[in-house]
Every structure is written in structure tokens, then in C-alpha cells.
Design a binder for this molecule. Sequence first.
Ligand code: DGJ
Length: 753
Amino acid sequence: MAIIIDENCGVFTLHTRNSTYQMKADFRNLLLHTYYGEKTDNSDKSLLLFQTDRGFSGNPYEMGKRDRTYSMDSLPQEYSSFGTGDYRITSLRVQNGDGSQGADLRYTGYQVQKGKYGIPGLPAVYAEDEEAETLIIRLEDSYSRMEVELYYGILEELDIITRAVKITNGGIEDIILKKAASMNLDWEYGDFEMVSFYGRHCMEMNFQREEIHHGIQAVGSIRGASSHQYNPFVLLCEKGSDERMGSCYGFSFVYSGEFLIEAEKDQIDRTRLICGIHPDNFSWNLSSGDTLWLPEVIMSHSGSGTGRVSRNFHKVIREHICRGEWKNRRRPILINNWEATYFKFTGDKLIAIAKEAKKLGIELFVMDDGWFGKREDDNSSLGDWVPNEKKLGCTLKELAERIVAEGIQFGIWLEPEGISEDSDLYRNHPDWAVGVPGRKPCLSRGQLILDFSRKDVQDYIIEQIFDLLDGIPVTYVKWDCNRAICDKFSRMLDSSRQGEFSHRYVLGLYRVLEELTERFPKILFESCSGGGGRFDAGMLFYTPQIWASDTTDAIERLSIQYGASFGYPVSVMGTHVSMVPNHQTGRVTPLSTKGCMAMAGTFGYELDIDKLTQEEKAEIKEQTDVFKKHYDLIQHGDYYRISSPLEGTCTVWEIADPSGGEALVSAVYHHVQANPVPVRVKVQGLKDEADYQLYLNENFEEKYPGKRLPHGFASGEVISGASLRQFGFVVPEAMNGFQAWQIYIKECSCSCE
Ligand code: DGJ
């Protein structure tokens, strides 16, 4: 049983395999948060809370005269609210019918359900009934009669607890939610560091680890999407913890819109973390009887470092967020024409790329931007999803069929949320573009954005795309969105509801994606927002992979994918091999390094095959063979970060089969030195008692005559799993700049004796 309830004491204890979470409805029916961490017993942890009069930390009326130590300002709470004497950051701010702000939430009851709850219209973790349990705790503000239901989903085996909130106006007066977060978590003690991921277009997911200091630290987005700038995934790590040791918590917000994750260390060194929709652009009117669901947060705790937390998230995202036909099916190795041609192509050119790609083991050709309307650059035609038959030299159907006839699948790029001023759609429906009437809108990439908060716009797009793709042999769609949202205003909302725009936009996007993925269940959808501008667990509910960055430079990708690996599995990261010099950085990296990097993701190519030499083509064929051979290991194995691209000379990661029977270690020299210090890899996830052999991706002796391979690689050498774990092996040196090595480790039946 994952949920243990002591009704007499009001204690709710949730257990996963290695963690415990506890709450208590106290004598005032305030829901206290009493514990989250390493697995423990069911005993009431509130008995160990420490309370004293803090001065200027007020007391609830009924306590004020008899116990000045009882203060909302210092008690650890499960779902804090503004206006009750809690002066820390709070999760809920409500404006009541009389204009006052505040809600005094008290526990009124609970319910336990088999299986995992779902959230109407929003993405959420899903599970079979036997894999999960749900606890619902009801709170109420007796003044306004607002009801707040806290939902907890427990996936015991996966060490995952999810949280979501449902708010209902049970009173007769309208109320306005001014801030409504999905999660509040209080720690009674502890020194923490927050790991977050900041960035920008082409350089997402930079790792940052900072002490939680007094005051408020936050990451978030007010850009209409989760954004390139901050990712809605953070970790809170005990000071001194690392990849393999110490207490660490991960939090993933399953939402693709504006978010805020804030942490505060308070006057008595207690830490509070809040995660939810960003309140800056948010307000929501709840009329009598209305309900609002808030998006889900996935939480996981590990007592053995960040590596374990990441693997927990990899599993839950792979198996309980990603859905549909392509969840477990082998995804095709693709080639995309964007960096090969940009807007300048013909149908024949595309077919030539596809034909050659097929010979190299590539399985899917993707036609990127520029195939519709009169789009020869990024200034026109978004919204006019009409194929440019003059440019293609045929209809879309004919082009797709010609490509499929070459023995390769066909995919297509779309940007359904975009609208160009120079488009028939805009000329016919200027009011469908987001903007404030009478003001000039902010342009970005020269374009506007469609008002996806409107049902008529959503319906139009669904039908447009359906008509476009119906009857065409399309197996893949790249869903791009190339700007952030400004001028947040919808003509369909009255003035008192404009604060609902951003969230309604995201709900509209989710509805369109749900309908289209249902209508085209066999199509593999990959989302993209100028690369990683909407790289979040919410999008992964609809599209099982996301183009991780518009940077295809393998060395820059090391840190982008390193950052992403903390919260997301390799199976969702869109990664391609591109040309040299790289188009974003001008850097020249070996083809083998680019291949190694791209294999830590969905794997594909984005280059003009006609410009490659025969040797390069032969190498690509080898790469596609290697990827296909190791596909299951790479996509479903356990991922270990061995060394970081932010320090040292070599970035190393490992993917091990959960059985311990095989592993693939990838090592990329990001800093090349003369006479370098050896890079030692202690292999994880193998069986101590088993024997293994190490295989290098390249034929070393032939390629580098006279050079010496480190021990372990000489043909036939057998090493025990215990030695590989405890002593490790040394990665061969870099023989050329930015060299990569792939080291395949396989269990063997031979014996060392
Ligand atoms: C941004 C994407 O990230 C690129 O890969 C490419 O599809 C362009 N948009 C096309 O406009």
C-alpha cells in the first residue's frame, strides 16, 4: 500500500519504493507538511516540529491569546495561501467577492482511488490501475466556500509522486484567482542548492547550481511558452550531494506555458518551494460553481544523488508521459533538409536527398520550412498551408509518393500557431492574430501568432491540417513555433478575463494537439519552438520527441544535452548530425563526433548529402548501422552522467541495459590538450560478478598506427564487472580535435582465470 492514513491523528503517509511523503491535518484542521525524503515509517513527524514565538509572526485569531508559537508564518504547510499571516511566498492568492484577498484553507476530508487521476484538457502522468494510487485531500475556505482539492498520484515502484490542484467556487459570489500554484513544499530544516537550467535561442539548458539563500530565488517564463530562457524542471539538492550521493529532489512542471518556480529561505532558515503558472500574466474568474484544474507537477526524491533522480524522471517521462503508437516503437532515423537547403529547394532536390539518404540507412525524409504559400523567406505565408506546387514541381501528394517510392518515409514541417501579415489567412482574419486592437503588435521573426485561446481558431487549424495531411503518406510532422507571445489579448475575452489569455492559449494548443494526434495516430509528431523553446513534459504528452536546439554544433550540444539529461530521457531529444563548418558556430568537428553526440538522442541528419565524399557517406552508413544495433539500449537503457562538459577535458556518459548485460559509454573530448591527464571511467549499472569485454567504435590500430590503446581494449581482454565499477578503464586519448569514442561493453561467458 502506497497510501497509509491514520484517521485518529489525521496523518497521511505516502510511500514509494525509496521515499516517504507525509502530511497532517492538525487540531485546527490546518494541513501541515511534515516530511518528504528518504523512506521512513508512518509515525507522525509533526511531533518533531519545533515552534516558538518568532515575534511579528502573527497568530490565527483563536490561537493568538493562548499560544503565540502557532503561526502560519512559520509552520510548514502543504498548500499555503496569501492573507492568513503567512508572509513567505504563498501558493494561492484569491480575491473574494468583497475585494478582500485571502483564504483560510482547512482540511475537510479525503478520498483514495485506485490508479492515477487524469486532468481534463491538461497533460498528466498516466498509469495502469495496478501501477498507481491517488489520494485527494479536500480543503475549504469557510468564508468564501471555495474548495481546494489537492491531488496526489503515487507511482510507488518509480519513486514518483505527482501533484495537481482543483479549485471550485462553492460560494455564491464570484472570486478571482490571482495566483494559483500547483505545488507548495516546505522543509523544516536543511541547506539546499537549486539546480536550474537557463539559456537562450540556440543555447538552451545551461546547468546552474546555486545555494538557496535568504530571500527569493526564481526561474520562470512570461513568454507564452515554457521558453528557451528557463526550463520548467529544477532540482533541490542537499549541500554536498553529487551525482551519486546525498539527498536530491526533482520537480518537473507538466506545462508548456508561463510558469514560475520560486524558492525562499525564510527568517528561520526553512525552505519553501512553489511551482505553478506564472502569476504575472494570470488571473482567473471563478463564478459560483466553476472549477479550474491547475497543471501537474512530477516530484521525485533520491537519497543517492542527482543521477538517480534523473533516471526516475527518464522512466516516468518515457513510460507514463509519452503516449501513442511511437512511445515504444523504434523511431526512424531521419534526414531533414533545413540546414541543407533552407528555403531554396525544388521537389527534385528533395527527392535527390531522400534517394541518397535511403542508401545510407536513413529511414525518413523530412521536408522543412518553405514548401507552402509563396514562402521564400520567413516574412510571409504562415497560415496559408497550401503547397507551392510550382516550387515542388508537383502536388504534395505526388511529392510524398515519389519519396516513399524511393523506400524512405515522408515527413513535413508545420508552424500552425504562426501567422504572417503577408498571408491570405491574415488578410481574411486579421482579428485572429494575437494583439491589442488599436496598438501595433510586437513582431518576432517578422511574424504574429494565432489566437489559440479561441475555439473558432482552434477548429479552423484542426480542419486545415486534417485536409492537408489526409490521404498523403505522411509518417512524421515537425510542429514548430517560432516566436514568444507578447500583446496578450484576445478579442473573445471580455476585459475582466484578459488575465486568462495565456493559460487559455495553452489549453487551446493542447486541444488542437489532442485532436490531431487522435486523428493521425500513426504519425510521429516532433515538437519544436526554434529548437528548445518549449521543451517540457507537457509537450511530451502529445509529441514523444522535441527538437532540442537550433544549434547542431556537436560540442555546444554537449552542454545542451547534458542539461536536458537531468530531467528528460534521450528518447525525447531531437538531435542531428549537420555539416562542417557548423552553421551556427563555424566549428569543425569530426563526423564521428557528430554521430556520437546525435546518438544521445533521437538521431538524424540535417545536411546536404550531395556535398559529402564517398568516405563520409560510408561513415554515415556505419553510424546508422551502429544506431540501429544499439537502439534499444540507447533509448531504453539507464543513463549515467559520468563527467560534465563544464569541466575537465572529456564529457562522458553511459547507457546501461537494466539487466547489466551491456552498456555503451560515449566520450567526447571537448577540450583538447597536449599530454593530457587520463580520463578514467568507472562504469555503472553492470553486474559485479559478471565478466565483460570492451569494444571501441573505431579500428584503432589501423587508423592510428604506432599509438597505444589503454588496457582493457586489447582484443580478447576480459574484465570483471567489479573491476570496471571500482577501478574503471581509461578512455583512449584524443587523436584529433574534439574526438569522440564509443565504447561498447558486453557481458561475456569467458573467464579471467
Ligand atoms: C526553427 C526550427 O527550429 C528549425 O529547425 C527550422 O525548422 C526553422 N524553424 C524553419 O523555419
